[in-house]
Design a protein around this ligand. Structure first.
Ligand SMILES: [Zn+2]
Length: 272
C-alpha cells in the first residue's frame, strides 16, 4: 500500500515537471525548448497562453538592461508581439537577445547580439511603439541568425518592415497592398535618392541563399501574405522588378511617392 502511494506520488511529480508552463521556464529551459522547436510549434504553443502568461513569459525570458521604471512598458510591448498568432516565435528571440538602452532622442538598433532602445523612445512610455520597434529590430537579429537577408540590403530592411505591417497593420489597405515590395524596393530607392551619410548609394538586394529551416518557415509566411509577389529568392528577377520602379523619385513628399509606387505596382502586377 505504501509502495503504491509512492508510485502515485512520483507519477504526480513527473506529471507536474512535464506540464510546467512555458511562461514559467527559466531562460535556460526556454532556450533549449526554442532550439528544438519549429516556428509552427512555437507559434502554436505561445498562442495557447493567456495575455497574463505572455507577460510572465517575457518577464522570465528577456534580459532587460534598462532603468527599472521603463521595464513594464517594454514587457507589455513584447507581450503584444506574442499576442499575434504568427509571432509566437519571437519568444525565442526574447530568450536569446538582451535589450539595452542608449542615450538619444529616438530610435533603436539591432547590434549583432542585442537590441538597444533609445532613452527618448522609452520616455514615450508607449507599449505600441515598443511593439513595432522590437518587431522590426528583432527581425534583423532573426535574419542574421537564420541566414536571411543580411547586411545593409533592400530585403533585410524590407522584411523587417513587412513583418510588422502584415501582422499589426492588416486593416491599413495601402500598407497591405504595397506588401513587401515597397518596404524593400523603397529602401533601395531611399539609399539612392536621399541617402545616409557614410552608407553606400547603391545597396544590395540581399537575396537569401542559405536560409535555415526556421528562416525558410518564416520567409514562407512573409511571402504567403505578400500581394506584391516580390521574387525574394531570385537575384535576376529582383533586378527586373526593381528596374520597373527605378525611375520613381523617393526624395519627395512621402504620401505622393507612395501613391506613385502603388500605381506602378498595379501596372507590374497586371503585366506579370
Ligand atoms: Zn531596420
Amino acid at each position: 500500500m505504501k509502495k503504491l502511494a509512492l508510485t502515485i506520488l512520483s507519477g504526480a511529480l513527473l506529471l507536474s515537471a512535464c506540464t510546467k508552463k512555458l511562461c514559467d521556464y527559466t531562460r535556460d529551459e526556454a532556450q533549449l525548448w526554442a532550439k528544438a522547436s519549429t516556428i509552427a510549434e512555437m507559434n502554436q504553443k505561445v498562442s495557447k497562453l493567456t495575455p497574463e502568461e505572455k507577460e510572465q513569459l517575457v518577464r522570465n525570458w528577456l534580459v532587460l538592461n534598462i532603468p527599472e521604471e521603463d521595464k513594464e512598458t517594454v514587457i507589455q510591448g513584447c507581450a503584444a508581439i506574442l499576442s499575434h498568432p504568427k509571432l509566437g516565435f519571437y519568444a525565442e528571440l526574447f530568450a536569446n537577445t538582451p535589450v539595452n538602452m542608449h542615450e538619444a532622442d529616438g530610435g533603436a538598433w539591432a547590434a549583432g547580439d542585442h537590441i538597444s532602445l533609445s532613452s527618448g523612445l522609452l520616455a514615450e512610455k508607449n507599449p505600441e511603439s515598443i511593439r513595432d520597434t522590437l518587431t522590426h529590430e528583432l527581425f534583423h537579429i532573426f535574419n542574421d541568425r537564420e541566414h536571411g537577408a543580411g547586411g545593409i540590403s533592400a530585403l533585410n530592411e524590407g522584411t523587417a518592415i513587412w513583418i510588422f505591417n502584415m501582422t499589426f497593420y492588416e486593416d491599413d489597405p495601402l500598407k497591405m497592398e504595397l506588401g513587401l515590395a515597397e518596404p524593400a524596393i523603397g529602401t533601395k530607392l531611399y539609399y539612392r535618392d536621399i541617402g545616409i551619410p557614410g552608407y553606400p548609394k547603391d545597396i544590395e538586394f540581399g537575396v537569401p541563399t542559405d536560409l535555415t529551416p526556421k528562416g525558410k518557415e518564416v520567409y514562407d509566411m512573409l511571402q504567403e501574405a505578400d500581394p506584391s509577389r516580390l521574387p525574394i529568392y531570385d537575384e535576376a528577377k529582383m533586378k527586373e522588378y526593381f528596374d520597373f520602379f527605378s525611375d520613381l523619385n523617393r526624395n519627395q513628399e512621402f504620401s505622393t511617392y507612395l501613391g506613385l509606387f502603388e500605381e506602378r505596382l498595379q501596372l507590374w502586377l497586371q503585366a506579370h
